[in-house]
Design a binder for this molecule. Structure first.
Ligand code: PRP
Ligand code: URA
Length: 209
């Protein structure tokens, strides 16, 4: 599918399978999510632009490669996005962070916004929006709309699992936002859950069910 990258690194796929298992404990689920997020971060930032600066090593001067441009923004869709955010910040500690608080109304599957806080200057920064689950895509579509209203114009969406319908809806709504996912699963069930999926990501992270 155009605009969609599947991150098929064997370590990502192995950890994802462990996360899917229903017997995986809350503690292990959280640890795996943090580990997997560093690997996903590595892939989603693979083509960042590099500039060269003169530095001095203990031996001599050299032209050293460093990241070009303004600091990245990581935008976490609460709650479950925070599981990905933590590992990404381990790799890019200087990133700015936006929080978009949304939950799905379980009946209508429409997202309800309860919090929004983002850096003031987003226009010149690459923004990576993170949420483990892209199901109907209603949450992701709204989160990206809100970030665009805040000035973000260069975004990527990173998730663990995506449903085919959700991916299609998202890429139609935001064709300018490439999606990176570890898996495209089979379908959504009648309650809007990804199958085979991993269940409710937020509940599994925080042990709330
Ligand atoms: C989950 C998930 C996404 C959303 C995906 O969050 O983390 O944000 O559902 O579903 P969608 O693509 O159909 O919108 P949830 O609403 O359960 O909130 P939580 O993260 O607070 O648990
Ligand atoms: N949100 C989740 O946490 N899991 C799903 O399967 C769908 C939406």
């Amino acid at each position: 599918m155009d605009g969609v990258t599947i991150i098929d690194h064997p370590l990502v796929q192995h950890k994802l399978s462990l996360m899917r298992k229903k017997e995986t404990s809350t503690a292990s689920f959280r640890r795996l999510l943090r580990e997997i997020s560093t690997l996903l971060c590595y892939e989603v930032t693979r083509d960042l632009k590099i500039t060269h600066e003169t530095i001095e090593t203990p031996m001599c001067e050299m032209q050293a490669p460093l990241l070009e441009g303004k600091k990245l923004v990581f935008a976490s869709i609460l709650r479950a996005g925070n599981g990905l955010l933590e590992g990404m910040l381990d790799l890019v500690p200087a990133a700015r962070v936006a929080h978009v608080g949304l939950y799905r109304n379980e009946e209508t599957l429409e997202p309800v916004e309860y919090y929004f806080k983002a850096p003031e200057s987003m226009a010149d920064r690459l923004t990576i929006v993170v949420d483990p689950m892209l199901a109907t895509a209603n949450s992701a579509i709204l989160a990206v709309e809100r970030l665009k209203q805040q000035g973000a114009s260069n975004m990527r969406f990173l998730c663990l699992l995506a449903a085919p319908d959700g991916l299609e809806r998202f890429t139609k709504a935001h064709p300018d936002v490439p999606v990176f996912t570890a898996s495209i699963d089979s379908h959504l069930d009648e309650n809007g859950y990804i199958v085979p999926g991993l269940g409710d990501a937020g509940d599994r992270m925080y042990g709330t069910k």
